[in-house]
Design a binder for this molecule. Sequence first.
Ligand code: CA
Ligand code: CA
Length: 323
Amino acid sequence: MKTRSLQKRDQKGVALLISLMVILVLAVLVHRFTYATRINLVSAANLRDLFQAECMAISGLEAALAVLAADDTPEVDHLGEPWASFRGSPDLLGEGAQEEEGFLVQIRDESSKIEINRIVRQDGSTTDPLVRQQLDRLLEIFGVPSDMRDSLLDCLEDWIDRDDLQKLNGAEDQYYTSLDPPYRAANRPLRALGELNLVKGWKEVLDLRLQDGSSILDFLTIAPTGGRINVNTASPVVLRTLSPEIDEAIAEQVVTLREEAPLSGPQLLPPQFKRREVSSRLRYSGNYFSVKSIGVFRRATSRAEMIVRREQGDWAIVARRIE
Ligand SMILES: [Ca+2]
Ligand SMILES: [Ca+2]
């Protein structure tokens, strides 16, 4: 009898142990399941916010296009026009804002910058000396010494020109293929300004900053503007690159002049702008504009950019990128 009761107690103990183990395993499984579900829910919410932010960024581009379309003075484009001060919906964002969704936009006239690819003429081999001088002066404003400027511009020309003939201080495939990792010279116009990082010597100068924080890239464009500078929108730095005779004071004089009334011809400009080599490279409106848009939705952000071209009163999207 005694042995039987002991056996019974042992069986009960084993059953209890098994039950406990089953409960433990179930608890672990339930916990894992809840954890995975929670992660999935968070990822879905993040994805939704990111998608909404992307939609906001695209809305920013659309809004910018509408603002540009409303510009009814294609013969003159200046910084006092609505497109130049359009910022999107910054009042919806930032500190103390009620909403957490909106877009920040910046529209720029690409004719306010130097068209870097024009250093090599369209024949793909000869130098445009005026554009080269302009880029040389831009590098000089950034404090780059003369011999280094010469080498940077030779390398830039070699990178863009079709041939594989190395200029005196330039670099072609022979140099680039010796690098680790090796690559080849593009031998065509730059497709993005970021490509400059690949051109011998340029990576270092792109880190240079002026007192206001601007970098060399802020004054360059790859948009095929035709190489003429819009005197109504160009920064004093770009105006100074047009001629060695145009110093800081003369550039500022033009800024004051255009603030009084937008310029539509060279008549009111200082004499340094009336010399043929300068006046032939001026314009008073823009043909290509760039738009940068940042979409925000809760904590997610998304960036979008586009370049648009003015075509007989209408606008065509030339390039668009969404990150
Ligand atoms: Ca206009
Ligand atoms: Ca080349």
